[in-house]
Design a protein around this ligand. Structure first.
Ligand code: PLP
Length: 637
């Protein structure tokens, strides 16, 4: 009977890449096989294909890679966060309100901060500043006097003076005491200027959250007061008659908290601190539970590092409910709840788009039908192994192949095997491994040693991007981001691949990919087609990546383009920032492009003088040099 080959469908593509799981309703596939972004309009939703956006970019002369920002997604994420808190507050009968602040460190880019100001205004969403530079941004960009500015981090007298003067203008600028040594400066500057500060206190909780940033919480966390220090600070403020300045309690357990239980535990512990501070006589009024609201990067909805076992509504409900239950027990009025959610606010709105430049396939080169006459026995043995593979002897064939290949390699080292013979052995070995991995799909029990064989036989797709510049967390903390082709999804992707960037650094790669059940080492991709570009997207990259990125190999900032999607499904390119030119990146590392051009010109002139090139050829090479200086740092077709 003829075996029926199941046709690949668009839902196979959705399952393969998990887009419905990590996409949070913002990303999906069209029937024609493109990834689309879906945004909410007043009464329905509209979808736009990334391929249409790329076409628009191409027409405007933007080559890959491009960091694409979709304004609507930031707008929607801010609404989701604020509206979810509103619903939970109403549902629980909580008497306080919610006011978010965006931690500027998570994405300091002016465009992003402008959008947060604009979209946050209707919710009195404010900013969290962790340094003087961030404070200057926050003070200038805060949408209104009703929004909050929370100052964390080390604060010198200049920082404090500026915050105090702005408080006098009617803005709510909170100084969060991170270490006991900050208090005397705040008190001294406040007395000197005659302005009462709004003081917040950051505490070290005993509670800790699992996940990558586990050490940001608990007794050994870097910032925050121990309970002993907290009591000292309260006593000092009492002595100084300044206790009425204490208005806010803050903690930050760490970013990307995957387990809701840890969030509940921390809120409960903080509520106890809050109640006791009220009982000590502090007016309070605000409780700031920091960041930590996670993003489900792999779509597994579990308490895995790159996921979270709760949704936004559960998060807001639990925070409100736990807080309320502790405070009601002590008959303490309900404070304003502040979160410093950064990652969850901006991650969705940025997507890195790039093209594939080249592929190294794990396919053997040509293998003659019969062993050539002059080859050593080890190569003949590899031929035999290749002939004898069945489902019953896979382990034995694997062992033999490994043995004979190493014999060939040793003989090559001692000069008894030629380059061509070694190449033949390598081809035979790869062919055997591919054969074994095919047979393994038919065996009942895969030998342990061969568990990972299929995954080790991957192609390398070279992408036009830099991990270090655009996805630094992939390199630094092995962060997983969803990656997938953004077109051709009606075709089955038949190659298993890892991605290499163009830095030629062995760390410049992505070889861990999101999977709902586990992480996987390879990603299924399509074969390249002749001259057609093949585009991939890395999704959910809006948080932390842009500013942490560096200039490794002098690959600079990519082009950044912001798109706004209109209710009729059309879209506008609202802002464009050209990526760094080569002259830009050279000047960042203290070269003067003009000096380099002059030095090269002298070399070219010497060559003319020596008769190596003509004056005409000098002009050509100088043009090429100067043109490159103005060009993009990435690969240009
Ligand atoms: N608040 C503080 C004090 C932080 O250090 C951070 C970052 O770790 C955040 C807020 C933002 O956290 P997240 O991006 O998890 O919301």
């Amino acid at each position: 009977m003829q075996k029926i080959h199941k046709q690949w469908t668009i839902s196979d593509a959705a399952n393969t890449y998990g887009i419905k799981e990590w996409g949070a309703g913002y990303f999906d596939l069209s029937d024609s096989g493109d990834v689309v972004v879906r945004v909410q309009t007043e009464d329905s939703s509209v979808s736009v294909s990334f391929m249409d956006i790329i076409e628009g970019l191409d027409a405007r002369g933007f080559s890959m890679p491009v960091l694409l920002r979709i304004e609507n997604l930031l707008d929607q994420q801010m609404s989701r966060l604020n509206e979810s808190f509103r619903t939970s507050i109403k549902g629980n009968g909580y008497q306080g309100r919610y006011q978010g602040v965006f931690p500027i460190k998570v994405n300091q880019q002016a465009q992003v901060i402008d959008e947060i100001t604009r979209f946050g205004e209707r919710y009195d969403h404010g900013f969290e500043a962790g340094s003087k530079a961030e404070l200057l941004i926050a003070l200038a960009k805060v949408p209104s006097k009703d929004s909050l500015i929370i100052c964390n981090g080390y604060k010198d007298p200049e920082f404090i003076d500026l915050g105090l003067q702005t408080t006098r203008m009617g803005y709510k600028v909170f100084f969060v005491i991170e270490t006991p040594t900050e208090l005397p400066t705040i008190l001294e500057r406040s007395r000197s200027l005659g302005i009462k500060p709004l003081i917040g206190i950051r505490i070290k909780l005993a509670s800790q959250a699992g996940g990558h940033w586990q050490d940001s919480g608990g007794d050994n966390s870097l910032f925050g007061l121990t309970t002993g220090q907290l009591v000292d600070v309260i006593d000092t403020l009492k002595t100084e008659d300044m206790l009425d300045s204490v208005r806010l309690l803050h903690y930050h357990l760490g970013s990307q908290i995957p387990n809701i239980r840890d969030i509940r535990t921390a809120v409960r512990e903080t509520a106890r601190f809050y109640a006791d501070l009220v009982n000590e006589g502090c007016p309070m009024g605000y409780i700031d539970i920091g960041g930590g609201l996670a993003v489900d990067y792999d779509g597994s909805q579990t308490n895995f590092l790159h996921s979270k076992n709760y949704n936004l509504d559960e998060y807001t409900w639990d925070v409100v409910e736990v807080l309320q239950s502790v405070l009601d027990e002590k008959e303490i009025p309900h404070p304003t709840i502040i979160t410093e959610s950064g990652r969850a606010t901006v991650a969705y709105s940025s997507i890195l788009l790039f093209n594939i430049l080249d592929v190294t396939e794990s396919r053997p080169g040509p293998i003659p039908e019969e062993p050539p006459e002059d080859v050593p026995d080890s190569i003949r043995n590899l031929y035999e192994v290749r002939q004898s593979m069945t489902t019953r002897n896979v382990q034995e064939c694997y062992n033999d192949a490994v043995y004979y290949r190493s014999e060939v390699r040793e003989d090559f080292q001692s000069g008894n095997v030629s380059l061509r013979q070694r190449a033949l052995a390598d081809n035979l070995f790869l062919d055997i491994m591919l054969g074994i991995s095919r047979l393994l799909t038919k065996v009942k029990r895969v030998p342990r040693e061969l568990d990972d064989l299929a995954e080790s036989l991957y192609d390398t797709y070279y992408g036009n991007f830099s991990v270090f510049q655009s996805l630094p967390d992939v390199w630094a903390i092995e962060q997983i981001f969803p990656v997938m082709p953004i077109h051709r999804l009606t075709e089955e992707p038949k190659r298993q691949a890892i991605l290499a960037d163009i830095t030629c650094d062995s760390d410049g790669k992505i070889d861990t990919f999101a999977d709902i059940h586990d992480v996987r080492k390879t990603i299924p991709l399509h074969e390249l087609k002749g001259n057609e570009e093949y585009y991939l997207g890395v999704f959910l990259v809006g948080a932390y990546q842009e500013t942490l990125g560096d200039l490794h190999n002098l690959l600079g900032d990519t082009h950044v383009v912001s798109v706004r999607i209109n209710p009729d499904g059309s879209f506008d390119f609202v802002r464009e920032i050209e990526g760094d030119s080569i002259a830009d990146v050279l000047s960042y590392v203290e070269y003067q492009p003009k000096d380099l051009i002059e030095l090269f010109r002298q070399k070219a002139e010497d060559a003319v003088r020596a008769g190596t090139i003509t004056a005409q050829q000098r002009r050509i090479v100088m043009n090429a040099y100067e043109e490159s200086m103005r060009g993009y740092t990435y690969f240009e077709r």
